[in-house]
Design a protein. Sequence first.
Length: 252
Amino acid sequence: MPVNKVIVAVRDPEVRERILGAVARDFPADAVTTTANGLELAKLLEERRPTVLFASTDLDGVSIFQIIEGLTPRRIPAVVFVAPDGAVAADIAASGWTRLAPEASATAIRAALESARSHPRSATTHSALGNLSRRRVDALGRIDHICVRFGIRPKFIPLPTVQWIESCGNYVRLHTADPEAWKVRVTLNRLEKLLDPQQFVRIHRCHVVNADHVMDVQPHFHGDAKVVMRNGDRIELSRTHRAALAALDVTA
């Protein structure tokens, strides 16, 4: 199937220009879009709906793997990951998706493009890509944005705007200043490992709060307490997590 549109989301300008030169032999300028920013890429994927995506594994803003986690399988293009030799490149290769070295020649770039065009699209390949993305996001250590679904579209919310997080089984609900909470398919235990522990504090087995949005801590029954958030929500603080109060720099 012919490629209609290509996005080149590559951080290094020299590598980006080399890829553009290679794909320009087959595709007109209006079929090619470029960016070096992950947040912009998430929007471009919705606007352009490309068939092929060249993407650095070190984009500014958010990771390509965070973006992929937020997409439905039908909206994921064939991806050529641009990554140097190392653990990430090995993980990509093991997943069966196409990886391009940053120093690749025009011939290698065109070969990667053809590989991406012919890559089989199935539940198995998308499952492998999903597992790859989860592993690489977990390896980031810290994230600054979290992906939510706005209908079927991915939307990235800056973590500083999240006031508290509520566990709902295999999902969490992100509470901000908005009246409605955002639902995200991730466990609280997994998400907590990606949050800044100096900002986000576990106060209950089901609750994590953003210390920057805590207004007060009020005593409750049997040694428990209620944490009052900037948006007016009152969150249960369990006795087993009372030590977290020191991190909040407030006292009950």
